[in-house]
Design a protein. Structure first.
Length: 267
């Protein structure tokens, strides 16, 4: 395992950030957390976030649980246990790394030990995992968290999101991996030349009073207009607070500069 690895792990029930938009960093990756407005009824935070940051790759997971944070806690615990294996996979060439990472995460959630543990808890969680290595990004999504790949060439064509929100899909006491075949989405995309911004969010950023971030063009402008990603994330959480948001909002975002040639270069 590479000695340059930095790790961030947070569970909302341990630090709820009620009335308190909070921004932290793990290497180049920025994490924003907000538990909701107490004045408008927010009393808990059941989100979670995990980041492994290395010199030449990033792995992140964002979670949105309900009923209790037990399901988010279980997934974070299992992912933390995989820190060494994830590092071993992602140091390999990307052509090998991403297929191996996909299989490893599928096998983790599909294992009898995980499914047994999940039956014992109260509540379920959406899980979105994302990894970047070289000029490629991979994601694996169960549920309604979102990940965006923001770049001006893609925005000009109206392309922003890598996935779509999938409702009634979780792991936990109600578990998609208990179905005859589990339901989830996954994929790989090539980044574009120059600066790319990857943004992962839970639904609190989409469901507050004014819900400006449901407009993908607005989301793109908000997270790319300034060089300071920490400022952009803090401002977005302040908007949720000012908009009387009750649902927890969590953001994981980072910028990637691609200098190597890409497929189908523009111009």
């Amino acid at each position: 395992m590479s000695g340059d690895l930095q790790v961030f792990c947070w569970l909302g029930s341990d630090s709820m950030c009620l009335d308190d938009p909070n921004v932290a960093a793990c290497g180049d990756v920025v994490i924003g957390r907000y538990g909701g407005s107490k004045e408008n009824g927010a009393i808990k935070n059941e989100d979670g976030a995990l980041v492994f940051h290395s010199n030449d790759w990033e792995f992140a997971a964002i979670l949105d649980a309900h009923y209790t944070a037990q399901s988010a806690s279980l997934v974070l615990e299992k992912l933390q246990e995989q820190q060494g294996r994830v590092s071993d996979i992602l140091v390999q060439p990307v052509a090998h790394a991403f297929p191996l990472l996909h299989k490893h995460m599928f096998d983790l959630f599909n294992s009898s030990s995980f499914r047994t543990d999940a039956r014992r808890i109260y509540g379920e969680t959406a899980v979105l995992m994302c990894a970047r290595k070289g000029r490629f990004v991979w994601w694996f999504c169960i549920g309604d968290c979102m990940v965006y790949l923001l770049h001006p060439e893609l925005a000009a064509l109206g392309q922003y999101a890598l996935n779509q929100r999938s409702f009634y899909e979780w792991v936990g006491h109600v578990n998609t991996f208990e179905l005859p075949i589990p339901c989830y989405s996954s994929g790989v995309r090539e980044l574009r030349g120059g600066e790319n911004t990857i943004v992962m969010i839970t639904d609190g950023l989409l469901e507050y009073n004014s819900s400006l971030f449901q407009n993908s063009d607005y989301l793109y402008q908000h997270f790319t207009a300034k060089d300071d990603l920490q400022e952009s994330i803090h401002n977005s959480l302040e908007q949720v607070h000012d908009g009387k948001g009750v649902n927890s909002a969590t953001i994981i975002a980072w910028k990637c500069e691609v200098q190597e040639p890409v497929s189908y270069p523009s111009g």
